[in-house]
Design a protein around this ligand. Structure first.
Ligand code: SAH
Length: 216
């Protein structure tokens, strides 16, 4: 299978027609080998327009959703980024390509370990991994210029907003258990101004400042 051709097609049929414009992002979406982040039995679907299972009931987000969230972060290459929900590590790779350093938290150790193995094999050296409850953020490393949450939350955890720099941006799916909207918050003078973006469906953000349980 020609994965480069599939990646190019993904960009020209799924991302550009839906309005993704950031040239640096499009270049990186053409480059990062998404098929290496999914299980072998679904590798031929890695560049399809959908989310895919990655084990433990979790999913790798649809390519378009990865692109939308990343574009909303307005990365220039200088940022310190916090990611909650490492999952497969695919979104982590995209962030690592477009920013200075990425701190990524995952609640399942086996997912974090697998992602770390893959990202190390791909020579990413600007990523730090933590296993734990990402709703608490990473206080020792705060503040962050950008925070990306890739699981659905009941609202924006104040713990995370507190770990943003002045002018910093958080992107997070907010809503109920079954559907959410992407919210972009920008911090000014200790307050977040919020913009609502595309509807989406993410697995729940489970933790002290998220959902308490995996069921409603
Ligand atoms: N960005 C990932 C998406 C993974 S799905 C990818 O592209 O593969 C969301 C992930 O968030 C899951 O792996 C889930 O285990 C994780 N998660 C949920 N609640 C969490 C929490 N409180 N802290 C850290 N990770 C969490």
């Amino acid at each position: 299978m020609d994965f480069q051709e599939l990646r190019d097609l993904m960009v020209t049929t799924q991302l550009i027609p839906r309005g993704i414009k950031d040239e640096r992002l499009l270049r990186v979406m053409r480059k990062v080998p998404r098929h290496l982040f999914v299980d072998e039995y679904v590798q031929d679907k890695a560049y399809d327009d959908m989310a895919l299972p990655i084990g433990d009931g979790q999913t790798i987000s649809q390519p378009y959703m990865v692109a939308v969230m990343t574009e909303l972060l307005e990365l220039t290459g200088d940022e310190k980024v916090l990611e909650i929900g490492t999952g497969s590590g695919y979104q982590t790779a995209i962030l690592a390509e477009l920013s200075k350093e990425v701190f990524t938290i995952e609640r399942f150790a086996n997912l974090s370990d697998r992602a770390k193995e893959k990202l190390t094999a791909l020579d990413y050296d600007n990523i730090r991994f933590m296993v734990g409850d990402g709703t608490k953020g990473w206080p020792e490393e705060a503040p962050f210029h950008r925070i990306l949450v890739t699981a659905g939350a009941p609202d924006i955890p104040e713990t995370l907003a507190a770990q943003l720099t002045e002018g910093g941006i958080i992107v997070i799916p907010v809503g109920d258990f079954l559907s959410q909207r992407l919210v972009k918050g920008r911090k000014h003078k200790e307050k977040l101004s919020e913009e609502y973006h595309t509807p989406c469906v993410f697995v729940p953000l489970v933790g002290e400042y998220g959902w308490k349980d995996t069921r409603r």
